[in-house]
Design a binder for this molecule. Structure first.
Ligand SMILES: O=C(O)CCC(=O)C(=O)O
Ligand SMILES: [Fe+2]
Length: 206
């Protein structure tokens, strides 16, 4: 698969494709994600330290990302016991447009940011092979996305991610610390009840 889109911005090696998804494509993706959430409802994972995460999550694909007292990991089933639903076609099309790897993503993590939700600085490192990128799609309210370094701390830079933007953490940027400082309520009309959806795609197995 060869990527066909070109980034409009790079931040510390993170490629950002501003406005990659036009409004109609965003609406189609939201409809498909509603079906995912119907089959595999959003849940609030516990961190291994026993604090509930502010972001609610679910997944699609062969693997879903979960967290509880035993740690962060990928599982083949939702906490309810059902298999994760298939990755929606509109989401797979984004992977094809921006990713140059000949592998399909095995996890589509769906994060929902409601009132006051944010995500602390972290690395995405629960996957077996960091040669494959993490592709992240933003829908709904705008988010301030912060990018740091390969180790915790140090200087960081931030960028606003808006509905329809896609960010790719690949190559030298794959293991950069990143997080979401805040989401601006009411900055998008895509989701009738407000909030922000972030979808990330990953290859999980080596
Ligand atoms: O919500 C975002 O933009 C980032 C999400 C993220 O970093 C993750 O799910 O690992
Ligand atoms: Fe992440």
């Amino acid at each position: 698969m060869t990527g066909t889109a070109e980034p409009t911005l790079t931040l510390r090696g993170v490629s950002i494709y501003e406005g990659l998804l036009p409004p109609e494509a965003q609406a189609r993706m939201v409809a498909e994600l509603r079906e995912v959430v119907r089959r595999a409802p959003l849940f609030s994972p516990m961190t291994p330290y026993g604090k509930p995460m502010r972001v609610r999550m679910t997944s699609a694909g062969r693997y879903g990302w979960v967290s509880d007292r035993s740690g962060y990991r990928y599982e083949t089933r939702h906490p309810s016991g059902v298999a994760w639903p298939p990755v929606p076609p509109t989401v797979l099309a984004v992977w094809a447009a921006v990713s140059v790897v000949a592998r399909a993503p095995e996890c589509c993590l769906v994060n929902f940011y409601g009132d006051g939700a944010k995500m602390g600085m972290h690395q995405d490192r629960d996957e077996a092979n960091f040669d494959f990128p993490v592709v992240s799609i933003s829908l709904g309210d705008e988010a301030l996305f912060r990018v740091g370094n390969r180790t915790r701390g140090g200087k960081t830079e931030s960028v606003w991610l808006r509905s329809g933007d896609v960010a790719v953490l690949g190559g030298a940027a794959r293991l950069l610390y990143h997080g979401v400082d805040r989401v601006v309520p009411g900055s998008s009309t895509l989701l009738p009840d407000g909030g922000r959806i972030n979808v990330t795609l990953r290859v999980v197995d080596g």
